[in-house]
Ligand binder design. Sequence first.
Ligand code: 5AD
Ligand code: SF4
Length: 433
Amino acid sequence: MSKKLFIETLGCAMNVRDSEHMIAELNAHEGYELTDDAASADLILINTCSVREKPVHKLFSELGVFNKLKKADAKIGVCGCTASHLGKEIIKRAPYVNFVLGARNVSKIADVLHRDRAVEVEIDYDESQFAFKDFRSSPYKAYINISIGCDKQCTFCIVPKTRGDEISIPPDLIVAEVRKAVENGAKEVFLLGQNVNNYGRRFSDVNDKMNFTELLRRVSAVEGLERIRFTSPHPFHMDDEFLEEFARNPKICKSMHMPLQSGSTDILKAMKRGYTKEWFLNRARKLRELVPDVSISTDIIVAFPGESDADFEDTLDVMKEVRFEQVFSFKYSPRPLTEAESFTNVVDSELGSFRLSTLQAYQDTILDSISAGLLGKEYDVYFEELRSDGYVAGRSDNNIMIKVKGSEEWLGKIARVKITEVSRSVQYGEIIA
Ligand code: 5AD
Ligand code: SF4
């Protein structure tokens, strides 16, 4: 009988892809098959996120639960960003954990499995040329890593300390992955990196040379590929060449993530984001001008140390002008190993919660007006998910999530859909062609 692997994935798309890589390696080298029942698993992995404090607290209570329910000889491994930053501390606090594998050490998964209490968390480990075995949870949704780590030093962010300095994956490897994904049924690929439009910053092989705009051109030349998405780009690196390629290239989906973080130039400076409120607005205006149908999503942090009422108003002001189609908003959470952790001008927690709910209510009014305008519109939808309620779900080129009545026959296909019912987060429609 094959050995069973249970894996829980928290955090971002990078973690989702890292989990797929671990599943593939464990399957190819150790014969593990996936299960969704932790109690019957021979190996339990938690792929963690450390970007905010809450999930880190949750980790230890969850580990306790897994330890109680697991089979007697089953192993537990902690992977991902919290593994990188807590390292052997995890085994100290939860001695039944068999190994700890950092977010930049994914390729060592089959090795640590056999080294009891192994802790592999180096953040300068270079796995940019490692050819992982194949596994995708869905053939239609193909995540493809293009870089590892991050060279920025945003003062709130722990990621450079968990995923290390930025290193770009060789273009040939990326293109080979794209080809493979297309051969296996994907019409769309999702290019992943902490800061994708800084692609080319550093390669393992000094002979490699390419920027993100050039990479987009190369990837879009892959035959059979119809759609390219990517995340996350950084507003600082949104030069005209990049925005123009984004607008011009028909394979690039017209949906852009522009993480604002704050609308106040003073706070942006304290965050070391490298741009001002005006620069951000200038880029968003240019984008809307070049691509009128574009949808723009963003990340915003409220109550960063020193944020005054006027700074918060600046954030609302940017939201009012840009009218983001999607906003992911967070209350600032001090993180270890970051510069802002030692900032003393903290914002009162209740005030932070108040600002967060104010911002979210404000965004809801914007979303209501955006979604009302979608009624009756038509989009080409790429169906990628079967829902249990008799619907299939997919996205328009500009990232509108649309559900239609239907079955798996639609998966992996693109169809013309007319929107018949609207809501804030998901729209309903009918296939018309
Ligand atoms: N506190 C709150 N939110 C954070 N993020 C990153 N670090 C923190 C933090 N310390 C948010 C940012 C980032 C998103 C992935 O998580 O908005 O873009
Ligand atoms: Fe992803 Fe950042 Fe969380 Fe790491 S800390 S899993 S990079 S969101």
